[in-house]
Ligand binder design. Structure first.
Ligand code: SF4
Length: 258
């Protein structure tokens, strides 16, 4: 056996381990908070729900892999049970959903029942000076020059504000807790997480978030029922670098799925 063979085999096994971990998390139901974020492209979400051959490139898999390692090893909550917990919510009825009971009663994950259920996993709920704060960790890889010149802090991204505001709504409806504040903790692979950046901010009002969630959920539901593509939301970095459906999307509006 050659040294090249050994190197290739170890390389393959490392990639297999990364892919296995990245795709290991089983997701219940149809819609998750990550599907409904503003300004996420709903056409991308539609494709992800209907594409019969889901795909993941190694770059995305590595991001998931590293993110999973961070989440599995960083409990920031001050109360037991407030780290990495699931919430299930029906924004149409504005009521909490008992996920385990619903899974027994509606075992078919394509059952229309699931069209009205949103599921989300909150990273950490922290009590600070009598106020609940929803914290969420985000890993990223900055370009070397931004690390060198200390330019990593680039404000709260709209999708992060949207995500934590949706958690506020769901936390309130599922546990009767009101968290008015959120905090994104940015961790950069480029500096080996040595310079974490907390970005605290005020969350949206609960009713405002519910209306936005309902609006986006209705577009997706309707698209799944009629098989009509939702409008594109052009986000250049997403379309150019991360969307695995670009070839379908830009291949004409006639692309449909059975
Ligand atoms: S390529 Fe862009 S517009 Fe098209 S589905 Fe993907 S994110 Fe949306």
């Amino acid at each position: 056996m050659s040294l090249e063979n050994i190197g290739n085999e170890v390389y393959i096994r490392m990639n297999q381990a990364i892919i296995k971990k990245a795709v290991s998390g089983k997701r219940e139901g149809i819609f998750h908070v990550s599907d409904l974020l503003e300004p996420k492209c709903l056409r991308n979400v539609f494709y992800s729900k209907t594409d019969p051959s889901p795909r993941m490139d190694m770059s995305t898999a590595k991001n998931f892999y590293c993110g999973n390692i961070v989440h599995d090893n960083s409990d920031l909550s001050s109360v037991e049970g407030f780290h990495e917990f699931n919430m299930a919510y029906n924004p149409v009825t504005d009521k909490s959903v008992d996920l385990q009971k619903a899974l027994k009663e509606h075992p078919d994950q394509k059952d229309k029942f699931w069209y009205d259920v949103v599921i989300g996993t909150l990273d950490d709920l922290i009590m600070i000076n009598g106020e609940y704060v929803i914290a969420d960790k985000k890993t990223k890889l900055s370009k070397p020059e931004t690390v060198l010149f200390g330019k990593q802090f680039d404000g709260i991204k709209p999708e992060h504000r949207s995500q934590l505001s949706m958690y506020r709504l769901m936390l309130n409806r599922t546990r009767n807790i009101d968290a008015k504040f959120g905090c994104i903790m940015s961790l950069d692979y480029a500096d080996k997480f040595s310079n974490p950046k907390p970005q605290p901010f005020e969350l949206e009002k609960i009713e405002v978030t519910r209306n936005k969630m309902l609006e986006r959920l209705n577009v997706l539901k309707q698209s799944l029922i009629t098989n009509d593509l939702p409008e594109r939301t052009i986000i250049p970095w997403m379309c150019n670098e991360y969307c695995p459906y670009a070839s379908l999307c830009f291949n004409g509006d006639g692309v449909k799925f059975a």
